[in-house]
Design a protein around this ligand. Structure first.
Ligand SMILES: Cc1cc2nc3c(=O)[nH]c(=O)nc-3n(C[C@H](O)[C@H](O)[C@H](O)COP(=O)(O)OP(=O)(O)OC[C@H]3O[C@@H](n4cnc5c(N)ncnc54)[C@H](O)[C@@H]3O)c2cc1C
Length: 460
């Protein structure tokens, strides 16, 4: 940062309600830590905003001092887009308020809230909206990118449940975006990521969910992977929207129903959640145990909020991560062969291949109704390549890239921007399909100078 900017910082610090953290401050290293330990950026200042006014002042300060700008929700983005080197970070870690209007079934959520913060409040009233499957993820980044999770088949993407947004634009103006005000911006922010403005309040539609739901967890030997995944495919092609199943190839974590000697063995996991009424769930989930020779299993009602945290122990912060993703409309045998082959030589014990059964309500929205284009998606694959030692970087990244290439011929079009890695900006256009040109037009209107560019960038 140059001298003029240094001199201005004191005035700026005095003008905002939140804390401004500088490289010399003791909290700096903690404040610049994010979920993916691969990312090591050193911002010039981190503004822990207390309110929308702080966001407006931060944008003006960054612009008048020619500083790069990034926006941080809960810091989960795998590409590390919440941090910029030498620039200003608008950090929402102290704006986490969630308010529920139980009568209207609406939630008003600040951008620093995690999924856990949201679910905890909404579940006090037996309410929820589709979010992701790791409770530590940020509402803000997840929502502006789209949002997929357990309830997607039943109630759509997270963005399909958005009612209204309060946004600070690139000019530092506070506006609303919804179906009747700035509807072009509302359209773009539903999937277009952090390209168009800074959301300072989200309003969501809620649904009656839980507080208990029926869940199942089944563990099979890895050598039966192809058989189990084929049956997973057969089931999910026609399963009702009330049932969601997530499949995973990985090393077995400790589980209360799994014998100790199997922990650390390579396995196939099926996790199922039923969100419909009555007894039907048991009939739908029970057959999963016969998809192979189950090594362990459980079927039981559990609080919906606990289901939302089921995968948290597998996805802890602080490890090195390099992820890849594909969309699928079906799971062909050729793909299952490649999944088996590459999971048989995972480069680290932390790696996994996940395939989530989506579709349902996600498919019932027109591709041009929101920025999120690929509404034909039925399965979403996450290649979670994770490890701990920096000396392993090259070997692990190579494995993930190679698997990505060999599985590409079986994938359908596009990609989900929230699972894309840093160097995948060349996939952005295809991620938005025929919606891309309209997104460029809206970008030119709301952010012609591309000050919001630390994201999967839509260039004006
Ligand atoms: C362990 C793990 C599990 C995940 N599981 C799921 C899942 O089940 N479903 C799913 O859909 N995704 C999932 N994701 C992906 C997740 O949606 C993205 O990483 C998302 O960006 C995280 O949001 P965040 O606020 O934590 O991100 P951050 O890293 O803080 O922000 C990411 C980007 O979002 C934008 N952004 C953040 N805040 C705002 C704001 N207030 N206004 C405008 N733009 C903003 C900015 O461009 C920013 O760079 C997962 C990620 C991880 C690491």
């Amino acid at each position: 940062m140059n001298t003029i900017q240094r001199n201005n910082i004191n005035d700026f610090k005095k003008s905002v309600k939140g804390k401004v953290i500088l490289p010399e401050d003791s909290e700096y290293n903690e404040a610049r830590k994010i979920w993916n330990a691969m990312i090591d950026r050193k911002p010039g200042l981190i503004v822990q905003c207390k309110n929308t006014e702080d966001v407006i002042k931060s944008i003006h300060f960054a612009r008048s001092n020619q500083l790069d700008l990034s926006i941080r929700g809960a810091g989960h983005n795998i590409a590390g887009s919440s941090l910029c080197d030498a620039g200003l970070v608008i950090d929402f870690s102290t704006m986490k308020n969630v308010k529920i209007d139980a009568e209207k079934k609406h939630a008003f959520v600040e951008p620093g809230a995690t999924l856990a913060d949201f679910d905890e409040e909404a579940q006090k009233y037996g309410l929820a909206t589709p979010l992701g499957v790791n409770s530590t993820t940020g509402i803000a980044g997840l929502t502006v990118g789209g949002g997929v999770g357990w309830l997607t088949k039943k109630y759509g993407l997270t963005i399909d449940n958005l009612i209204s947004l309060q946004v600070v634009t690139a000019d530092g103006e506070k506006i609303m975006a919804n179906e009747s005000e700035n509807s072009d911006l509302f359209w773009a922010l539903r999937g277009g990521g952090g390209n168009f403005g800074v959301v300072t309040l989200f309003e969501f539609q809620l649904h009656t969910v839980g507080p208990e739901v029926l869940a199942g967890l089944f563990i099979f030997p890895h050598k039966q992977a192809k058989q189990v995944l084929r049956k997973f495919h057969e089931l999910t092609v026609s399963a009702p929207e009330d049932l969601t199943v997530i499949s995973g190839l990985r090393y077995a974590p400790p589980l209360p129903f799994l014998p100790d000697e199997l922990v650390g063995e390579k396995v196939v996991i099926l996790a199922a959640g039923y969100f419909g009424p009555g007894e039907k769930g048991m009939d739908l989930i029970k057959p999963l145990q016969y998809f192979g020779d189950a090594l362990g299993q459980m079927i039981a009602p559990m609080p919906y909020a606990d289901l939302q945290k089921l995968f948290d122990p597998l996805m802890t912060p602080g490890d090195r991560n390099y992820w890849k993703t594909h969309n699928f409309t079906q799971l062909s045998d050729g793909l299952l062969d490649k999944m088996y082959e590459y999971s048989d030589r995972f480069p680290s014990q932390l790696c996994e291949l996940l395939v989530a059964d989506l579709g349902g309500a996600l498919n019932n929205v027109e591709p041009d109704a929101t920025a999120w284009y690929h509404r034909d998606l039925k399965y979403l694959m996450n290649v979670h390549c994770r490890w701990q030692n920096p000396s392993e970087d090259q070997r692990c990244i190579h494995w993930a890239r190679e698997f990505f290439e060999v599985s590409k011929p079986y994938a359908s079009a596009g990609a989900y921007v929230n699972f894309m890695t840093e160097e995948e900006n060349n996939r952005v256009k295809s991620a938005y399909g025929k919606n891309y040109e309209r997104l460029v037009e809206i970008k030119r209107k709301y952010d012609p100078e591309n000050i919001f560019h630390n994201n999967q960038n839509i260039k004006p």
